[in-house]
Design a binder for this molecule. Sequence first.
Ligand code: 5GP
Ligand code: ZN
Length: 115
Amino acid sequence: MAEDCIFCKIVAGDIPIRQVYADDELLAFHDVSPQAPVHILVIPRKHISNMNEAAAADQPLLGAMLLRAAAIAKQQGLAESGYRLALNTGPDAGQSVFHIHLHILGGQRLEGRMG
Ligand code: 5GP
Ligand code: ZN
């Protein structure tokens, strides 16, 4: 648990969320400020700030995040219409919470291919 990390506080149960999924290593919940009709975050319980801090030992965890995001997208009915997975790292990507998280965005045509 990192000091002053809002997502560590969520993992600890100190901040309420609209939970979508939970297991031993991952948590998924609705983004508090949705940028699309479906906007869900998938986070590891372990604190990793972003991809700059991810290590080879985190490979299974990162893979689990991706596969869980795909399963959640399917559950949300997005498999056919499509969706975007985004993982922001650092200032130019606009990362605002420094606890790694995968955005699942969908439910409408998303503007731009990347941004
Ligand atoms: P980033 O900009 O770092 O890639 O994304 C951080 C995301 O976390 C933002 O989309 C923001 O709305 C979301 N967020 C920040 N604080 C909270 C919170 O307390 N609860 C929830 N559910 N989402 C949050
Ligand atoms: Zn954290």
